[in-house]
Design a protein around this ligand. Structure first.
Ligand code: NAD
Length: 473
């Protein structure tokens, strides 16, 4: 962990093993933090917050820009570490580290435009809307995109003059720690950003319930998000929740089939299917369904599953053996209950008992609406495919979910391109693409996918207190 600018062991002296999901090898021992460590971080961050809040936004932006330069210079090293702890192919790890650097650069560029605004009211009254730091804040991040999600939270929070404690996931803590060190090397004062490792139920809950922490931004599952929301309610702490998704992808008969197939494969199997906005339910118009499924299964069969550090690997393992077994169990139940047809995959590749958390990329067609593949968030490489007859039916099926993170529609019809985004219940709608989330635009979900938005200039409001000052002249 990193407290007051220094790497520390847990105060209890305890640690836990971090394993490489591709091999099962232990790659590090990580401090097993507890409520005492969180308290030490709260003391450090409380001492550092006022000074950082007083610095000019321009100077905070310079720290972010210097950190971005360090991250870019270390991309290869950071990406390799990310692959070792998380499992994704090296190419995807490089993409993620570069994506994080983009976030640093984007917000560094906004530093000079971040200002208060005046409102003329007439009658001798003048108003000013000030953006003040919230103060001590928290960020809880998952393991699937640990570099990018660290950046989405810490970077705009710091630019707005806040100090922060980050609680990374226990299966991917090294990358957030390395990025925090880049910030310190770039000139961030000690104590402004701290990283406390340890179990979510202990360190995460201590962070959410600490009276000094005025805002928490949480990314993770909807179940944990609800718990965070309940804990924060007690003292009306501000929260942003970026939760699970079950994104639909709708392929209309007039779509460019080659790009739709490529979009479905990237959308579902990138990061071994462990992306909040992955394509988790695919709806294809019945007149093209046979041809689409033929091309889709051919393309999925060509994915090369293996250790992300090996050249040629296009899909790595899941993040843990438990996650692999959960995914395998879902597909086994589809077979047992006759809830769909497994077209490709549906197996654990390699020798039984193999140490890597691999699962074959899987396509299941004609999936029953009550199947868990349709009703739950499936966080792994399994794509359920369902046929529809017309656009109304496709939108009804797509919206029939408690989640509402992203949704995509693939079509060349101008009227559908105009109409479908309005009717789809999601925080982000893509037309003829899926997955892409640039830092310049707000991101977040509707329904059980979350509360509030990250990214874009909107994140600057989310990380500030707006104070209205009324003056009689
Ligand atoms: P998770 O909810 O199990 O854990 C997320 C983080 O919360 C971890 O750091 C964990 O240690 C911590 N945590 C666990 N219990 C806690 C508690 N009681 N109090 C406070 N913190 C606690 O999620 P995960 O399995 O790590 O991540 C996968 C989930 O994240 C998926 O549902 C995915 O869709 C979602 N996700 C959402 C987005 C988004 O932007 N909407 C992005 C990435 C991932």
């Amino acid at each position: 962990m990193l407290i007051a600018g220094e790497r520390r062991e847990a105060s209890s002296g305890r640690s836990f093993e971090l394993t490489n999901p591709a091999t099962g090898e232990v790659i590090a021992r990580v401090p097993l933090g507890d409520a005492d460590d969180l308290r030490a971080a709260v003391e450090a961050v409380t001492a550092a917050a006022p000074g950082w809040g007083e610095t000019l936004a321009r100077d905070r932006g310079k720290v972010l820009a210097r950190a971005a330069t360090l991250i870019r210079a270390r991309t290869d090293r950071l990406a390799e570490q990310l692959t070792r702890e998380q499992g994704k192919p090296l190419r995807e790890a490089v993409d993620e580290v570069r994506g994080a650097a983009n976030v640093f650069e984007y917000y560094a560029g906004l530093a000079s435009s971040f200002s208060d605004s005046g409102v003329r009211l007439g009658g001798g009254l003048e108003a000013e809307v000030r953006h003040e730091p919230i103060g001590v804040t928290g960020a809880i991040i998952p393991w699937n995109m640990p570099a990018l999600l660290f950046a989405w939270k810490a970077v705009p929070a710091l630019l707005c003059g806040n100090a922060q404690i980050v609680k990374p996931a226990s299966t991917a803590p090294l990358t957030p720690l390395a990025l925090a060190e880049c910030l310190h090397e770039a000139g961030l004062p000690a104590g402004v950003l701290n990283v406390v490792t340890g179990p979510g139920e202990i360190v995460g809950e201590a962070l959410v319930t600490d009276p000094a922490v005025r805002k928490v931004s949480f990314t993770g599952s909807s179940a944990t998000g609800k718990r965070v929301m309940a804990l924060a309610a007690d003292r009306v702490a501000r929260i942003t929740l970026e939760l699970g998704g079950s994104d639909p992808m709708i392929v209309c008969a007039d779509a460019d089939l080659d790009s739709a197939v490529a979009g479905a494969v990237a959308g579902r199997y990138y990061n071994c299917g462990q992306v909040c906005t992955a394509v988790k339910r695919l709806f294809v118009q019945e007149t093209i369904a046979d041809e689409f499924v033929r091309r889709l299964t051919a393309s999925v069969s060509r994915l090369r599953v293996g250790n992300g550090l090996e050249a040629g690997t296009t899909m790595g393992p899941l993040n843990t053996i438990a996650a692999r077994d959960r995914i395998g169990g879902l597909v086994d139940r589809v077979r047992e209950k006759d809830e769909g047809t497994v077209e490709v995959g549906g197996t654990v590749p390699g020798a039984p008992g193999s140490a890597g958390a691999y699962y074959a990329p899987t396509v299941v067609t004609d999936v029953a609406p009550e199947s868990a593949l349709m009703t739950e968030e499936v966080f792994g490489p399994v794509l359920p495919v369902v046929r529809f007859s017309n656009l109304d039916e496709a939108i009804r099926l797509a919206n029939d979910s408690r989640f509402g993170l992203g949704a995509s529609i693939w079509t060349r019809n101008p009227e559908t391109i105009r109409e479908a985004p309005r009717r789809l219940q999601a925080g982000i709608v893509w037309v003829n693409l899926h997955l892409k989330v640039p830092p310049e635009v707000p991101f977040g979900g509707v329904k059980e996918s979350g509360l509030g938005r990250e990214n874009g200039v909107q994140a600057l409001e989310a990380w500030s207190e707006e104070k209205t000052v009324l003056v009689r002249l």
